[in-house]
Design a protein around this ligand. Structure first.
Ligand SMILES: Cc1cc2nc3c(=O)[nH]c(=O)nc-3n(C[C@H](O)[C@H](O)[C@H](O)COP(=O)(O)OP(=O)(O)OC[C@H]3O[C@@H](n4cnc5c(N)ncnc54)[C@H](O)[C@@H]3O)c2cc1C
Length: 319
């Protein structure tokens, strides 16, 4: 579509979702739909027009009583609710807040999960859901080729700062959920989400909650700023972009070190080769592989569990 479309639309969106550099990113791993549309309709624009028409024809008529599904959803009390609910429903012998130090293979073929407290949990099968570089360390002893491939998956660090304001403090309000910043603008921030518009239950009437994204491949230097430096830089950005002069009612800073996996060109091939080398009974899943969004991670974990159960059933039949 040309450089301007890359600069003003594609790159900021790709970077906003994946915190990745557009020229290194694998389109097949991150936006496979665009490739499909282009191949199917011989042009991206034609493909997008066709899929809009299709969506419109499938949408419920305005008179329909079907509940409207919001474009973005979250949990009322925050994402921690998801973890708390999982913990309350999981059965079995749980070890919460326990770091795994090593994985070993015993002479009888069983695996031993060695915790940092030196407890050894014996298992026929293990699913690793840690970041890829941690899984690489844990698998070094029992699956060196898998470990080597996992260690090549790059990660970047990002941060968010949430700030609350009275609605009237925003002198240049936006119509939408927020904005993504083109790299060519060389700003120290990557995106702003208006959390109180994007999600329900985030701010009372008359107040606005903003979430500013920083760091990543774009502005890694901001990760090294201390809280005061960061707040001052972010407030300057909000002054310029949204015309906010007043102090925030409160703010919270979160830094996510090495938390964003990068799907570089040929990422999916790397994952396929890595999976082919996995020893019997060992599986890996999570955001490093086939999708970084939480729905992608949930889908991948369901697929992984099904695959593992299948291999266990097959080995029982053979045994
Ligand atoms: C700033 C930010 C904003 C995001 N916003 C969204 C969003 O709006 N919507 C969305 O869908 N996704 C969002 N994501 C992406 C999403 O949060 C992640 O992709 C998802 O949490 C990844 O899940 P995971 O289980 O693969 O990895 P993680 O959530 O990173 O979990 C890995 C776990 O492994 C544990 N671990 C590490 N080492 C060990 C060890 N040695 N032993 C035992 N355990 C270990 C860690 O403690 C951690 O709990 C966002 C991500 C970031 C960083």
């Amino acid at each position: 579509l040309g450089n301007e479309a890359l600069d003003k639309i594609a790159e900021p969106l790709m970077s906003g979702i994946y915190n990745a550099e557009a020229d290194k990113q694998s389109i097949l791993a991150t936006f496979p739909r665009f490739r499909q549309l282009e191949q199917q309709h011989r042009s991206l624009i034609r493909g997008m027009i066709a899929s809009r028409r299709q969506q419109a024809s499938q949408a419920a008529p305005p008179s329909s009583k079907a509940p409207k599904i919001a474009m973005f959803m979250s949990l009322q009390g925050g994402t921690q609710e998801l973890v708390d609910t999982l913990v309350s429903r999981l059965e079995g012998d749980l070890r919460l807040g326990t770091k795994v130090a090593r994985i070993q293979r015993d002479t009888d073929g069983q695996y031993g999960v060695v915790t940092q407290q030196s407890e050894i949990l014996r298992a026929d099968a293990i699913i690793l859901t840690s970041p890829a570089y941690i899984a690489a360390n844990l698998l070094q002893e029992i699956a060196p080729t898998v470990s080597e491939k996992l260690s090549t998956i790059r990660y970047v660090s990002t941060g968010t700062i949430s700030l609350a304001f009275k609605a009237e403090a925003i002198k240049r309000p936006l119509h939408g959920f927020g904005l993504v910043v083109p790299k060519s603008e060389r700003r120290p921030i990557n995106a702003i989400t208006i959390s109180s518009i994007k999600f329900d239950h985030r701010a009372p009437e008359g107040y606005v909650l903003l979430r500013v994204f920083f760091g990543g491949s774009r502005s890694p230097e901001t990760m090294a700023f201390n809280d005061d430096q960061l707040l001052s830089v972010i407030r300057q950005e909000l002054r310029t972009i949204l015309g906010i002069e007043s102090d925030p009612l409160f703010h919270r800073i979160y830094r996510w070190h090495q938390a964003n996996p990068q799907y570089d060109v040929d990422h999916l091939k790397l994952i396929e080769r890595m999976e082919a080398d996995l020893p019997q009974g060992i599986m890996v899943t999570g955001s490093a592989f086939r999708g970084v969004g939480m729905p992608d991670c949930i889908y991948q974990s369901q697929q992984t569990v099904s695959k593992l159960l299948e291999t266990i059933q097959q080995s029982e039949v053979v045994g």
